[in-house]
Design a protein around this ligand. Structure first.
Ligand code: COA
Length: 298
């Protein structure tokens, strides 16, 4: 699908995208690149990074791949430094690296719980704190910019209520959302850095979807979640552009839900016609006998 944004919406900006070699992270990388940004992608798997970088370069996008694990502080520091060294500035940090698997709470070891928190929550904070120096207003490479850079944290909607077999990810994404708001407050005030998030619904063709929503689950989900439909990676990338370019200049501390309303889903317990009829009957009954008045007073 064609982008509604101008091709130069992110011209001259440099974006560092963790988990940028595959899934939603890669779509954000390529859409940012198509809109003029230079891209550094961070990931653990060299082969995936190499393939992603050549795909981006074949589109004419300036891109580098940097191996690293967001759980390792020294990796985070090295990747941020290398991005700055290569491009001379950093304008946007996208925290898209995430870990996930389905596990019933009673079968999940504390280490399994910790592993996902380490990747999603601690990893996000580690990357933010390493990038702070370059993102702040007037920081190295930003001498010509009138404001600070921006951060975008990829989250989820799992923790808005509760989600089966996702206690670890729900806890991790709740921490990510809290990090988004707190950094928006502190770094927005002190350094003019905007910090926002995106909470995607189920997105087709992503590792998350194949791990968490295999076909068997997906067809059942359609029955009990009336608003269930799959999104495209493009939907998330467009939201990311909106929040990262000038269109989002007044948005700070917000996590945008991009799920077609899915998290609001509730099964319809009565057909519309039945509501109309039942509602009239109830009204008539209450007019005949005002609520709260004992029958003897009528
Ligand atoms: N069910 C229950 N526990 C699991 C599990 C599963 N499917 N997969 C991993 N774990 C547990 C392990 O048993 C281990 O705990 P233990 O030491 O108490 O046994 C802990 O999690 C760490 O597992 P390990 O395989 O050593 O971690 P890793 O660092 O190699 O991999 C994961 C991290 C598990 C999150 C892996 O899924 C991953 O790398 N994911 C990244 C990609 C991804 O998930 N993308 C989707 C994003 S939505």
């Amino acid at each position: 699908m064609e982008s509604p944004f101008k091709p130069d919406a992110l011209k001259g900006r440099v974006a560092l995208i963790t988990g940028g070699g595959s899934g939603i992270g890669f779509e954000i990388s390529s859409q940012f690149g198509k809109h003029g940004a230079s891209i550094a992608i961070m990931g653990r798997r060299k082969q995936v990074l190499d393939a992603a970088v050549s795909a981006l370069r074949s589109l004419g996008i300036q891109a580098i791949g940097l191996e690293g694990d967001v759980r390792k502080h020294e990796d985070a520091r090295r990747v941020v430094e290398s991005t700055f060294k290569h491009f001379g500035r950093i304008d946007i940090l996208v925290n898209s690296a995430a870990g996930n698997f389905l596990a019933a709470a009673e079968d999940l070891s504390p280490n399994g719980f910790r592993t996902v928190l380490d990747i999603d929550a601690v990893g996000t904070f580690t990357m933010c704190s390493e990038a702070l120096k370059y993102l702040k207003k007037g920081g190295p490479g930003r001498e010509d910019s009138s404001s600070g850079g921006s951060i975008l944290n990829i989250s989820a909607t799992l923790h808005y209520t509760a989600s089966w077999y996702q206690i670890h990810v729900s806890a991790a994404k709740a921490a990510v959302d809290a990090t988004t708001r707190n950094l928006a407050l502190e770094w927005g005030t002190d350094y003019e850095i905007r910090v926002n998030g995106i909470a995607p619904g189920p997105i087709e063709g992503t590792p998350g979807m194949s791990k968490l929503g295999p076909e068997e689950i997906e067809s059942k989900a359609r029955d009990y979640m009336p608003l269930y439909k799959l999104g495209e990676k493009w939907d998330i990338a467009m939201a990311a552009i909106y929040l990262s370019c000038d269109s989002g200049k007044y948005v700070n501390g917000s996590t945008m839900v991009v799920d077609s309303g899915l998290w609001l889903s509730k099964p319809r317990h009565l057909p519309k016609e039945a509501v109309k009829q039942l509602s009239r009957v109830v009204e008539k009954r209450s007019r005949a006998k005002p609520v709260g008045l004992p029958t003897s007073k009528l």
